[in-house]
Design a protein around this ligand. Structure first.
Ligand code: SF4
Length: 410
C-alpha cells in the first residue's frame, strides 16, 4: 500500500499532556496536507507515535506498539517520537521504523510525507482541539533532577515559549475551544530562561473569554503574585494539580524535591485564601526505596491533613540513569499493600470533597451526552451530570452520581 495515494494517518499519544499538545499540532499539519487523521489505532498508511518513558510500564507500551501496528498494516510508514525514543533510539531503529525523532525533531517527519510541495508551517499549525478543551504548551524541559525522574535527561534544560507567541496562540485557541489547559513539563520554571514570568503572561491574557486551567504544577511556583494574576483572569478554573510525590520530609529529601510537607501545606493554604473550595489534586509515589513503614504512615497522614480532592497514585518505577535506580527496591507485595491503602484513602478524600461540593454552584463545560443526560467538567474539575443540551451551564448539584455529581440547571 503506497502512502501517496491513500492519505490516512494515526497520531497516537502514549504520554502526558505535553505529548498530547505535540500530537495535536502534528495532526493539524497533516490535515493541512490533506490527510485524514485518527487518534486511535485503526488501519492507516502512516503512524506517528509519541512515546513515553516516565515509568517502565509506559516504556513497555511504547516498545510494543510497533508490532501492534504491523499487525494492522505490515506496510505502514511508522514514525516514533517522544521520551522513550529519545532514551533508546537504537532499539526503535532496530525495529525498521521509518524515522525516530526523540523529543525535539518532530517536523522532520514532513520531509517524508510532504508530496504536495506546499510548505509546512514550522512550528506546526495551531493544534487541533476537541472544541471543549485545547492544550497550549508554554514550556518544555526541566532541571530539577528529582532522584527518580528521567525527564531532565530526555527533554533537556527548561525552555519557555515567549509571551508574545504564547499570548497569540492562547487568543487563537480561545476562538476554537471553551477551555484552554496550559501545559509544560514543569510550568513553575516558565520564563526563567526568557526573563519573563507566568504573572506577566496572565496579565496579557486576562481578557480571554474562555476558561483557563493550569496543568501539573510544582509547589515552589506558588506565590501571591501568581495567585493574584490567576484569579484576575476572566474565567480561571480554581483547580491546582500540585505535585507532592510524598508526605514525609525524609523521603522528599531522598527524592531531591525542594520543599518540606510544611512548605507544601503553606502553598495550599495560600491557594485556599483565594478560593476555599479550590480543587487540589496531586501525584504520589508509593514504595520509594527509602520509604519505611513509618515514613509511609507519615505520608498517608499528611495526605489526610491536606484534604486533597483527588490523588494520582504511582508505584515507584525504577528508571535507569537516575539516582534512585541504584537503591535497593522494596518488595512488590509491600508496594502493592501500600498502594491499596492509599487507593482507599483516595476514595474517602474524593467522597468528602464531592459532598462539600453539593452546596456549591458548578459552571460546567459539557462534553458528552447519553440520552438526555449531559456530562462534563466543572471549574472545580468535578465531573457533573445534568439534563441539558447546552455546552455550558451553571449547575446546582444535588447528589453524588457515578464518578461525580448530578444536579439541576440554575
Ligand atoms: S520536577 Fe522532578 S519529577 Fe518533574 S519533570 Fe522535573 S525532574 Fe521530573
Amino acid at each position: 500500500m503506497d502512502y501517496i495515494s491513500n492519505k490516512s494517518a494515526v497520531v497516537f499519544n502514549i504520554g502526558c499532556k505535553v505529548n498530547q499538545y505535540e500530537c495535536d499540532s502534528l495532526t493539524s499539519s497533516l490535515i493541512s496536507l490533506g490527510f485524514s487523521v485518527y487518534n486511535h489505532l485503526v488501519l492507516a498508511t502512516v503512524y506517528i507515535i509519541n512515546t513515553c518513558a516516565v515509568t517502565s510500564e509506559a516504556e513497555r507500551k511504547s516498545r510494543q506498539i510497533i508490532s501492534r501496528i504491523r499487525n494492522i498494516n505490515p506496510n505502514a510508514m511508522i514514525f516514533i517520537l517522544g521520551c522513550a525514543s529519545e532514551k533508546n533510539k537504537s532499539f526503535y531503529y532496530s525495529q525498521n521504523v521509518d524515522y525516530v525523532g526523540g523529543t525535539t525533531d518532530h517536523t522532520k517527519i514532513f520531509d517524508f510525507l510532504n508530496d504536495t510541495n506546499k510548505s509546512i508551517s514550522t512550528p506546526p499549525a495551531l493544534p487541533i482541539t476537541t472544541r471543549t478543551r485545547a492544550y497550549v504548551k508554554l514550556q518544555d524541559g526541566c532541571d530539577k533532577m528529582c532522584s527518580y525522574c528521567v525527564i531532565p535527561i530526555l527533554r533537556g534544560a527548561p525552555r519557555s515559549k515567549p509571551i508574545k507567541d504564547a499570548t497569540r496562540e492562547i487568543y487563537e485557541m480561545s476562538k476554537l475551544a471553551n477551555e484552554i489547559v496550559l501545559v509544560g513539563i514543569n510550568l513553575s520554571l516558565y520564563g526563567k530562561d526568557t526573563n519573563e514570568s507566568l504573572p506577566m503572561l496572565f496579565d496579557k491574557i486576562k481578557d480571554v473569554a474562555v476558561r483557563i486551567r493550569l496543568s501539573s504544577f510544582y509547589q515552589d511556583g506558588i506565590s501571591y503574585k501568581l495567585l493574584d494574576s490567576l484569579f484576575s483572569l476572566k474565567e480561571f478554573s480554581p483547580h491546582f494539580h500540585l505535585s507532592l510525590q510524598h508526605g514525609s520530609v525524609d523521603v522528599l529529601k531522598d527524592m531531591n524535591r525542594s520543599y518540606t510537607p510544611e512548605e507544601y501545606l503553606k502553598s495550599v493554604s495560600m491557594i485556599r485564601k483565594y478560593d476555599k473550595n479550590a480543587a487540589i489534586t496531586t501525584d504520589i509515589i508509593v514504595g520509594y526505596p527509602t520509604e519505611t513503614d513509618d515514613l509511609f504512615l507519615e505520608s498517608e497522614k499528611f495526605l489526610e491533613e491536606v484534604k486533597f480532592s483527588d490523588i494520582h497514585i504511582f508505584p515507584f518505577s525504577k528508571r535507569e540513569g537516575t539516582k534512585a535506580a541504584n537503591l535497593a527496591q522494596l518488595p512488590a507485595d509491600v508496594v502493592k499493600k501500600r498502594r491499596l491503602e492509599l487507593e482507599s484513602l483516595r476514595h474517602q478524600l474524593r467522597i468528602s470533597y464531592l459532598e462539600k461540593m453539593l452546596s456549591i454552584p458548578q459552571t460546567v463545560l459539557f462534553e458528552t451526552q447519553v440520552d438526555e443526560i449531559a456530562e462534563g467538567y466543572s471549574q472545580y474539575y468535578v465531573r457533573v451530570y445534568a439534563k441539558t443540551t447546552n455546552k455550558k451551564e451553571n449547575i446546582m448539584p444535588h447528589e453524588l452520581y457515578k464518578r461525580g455529581l448530578k444536579g439541576g440547571v440554575l
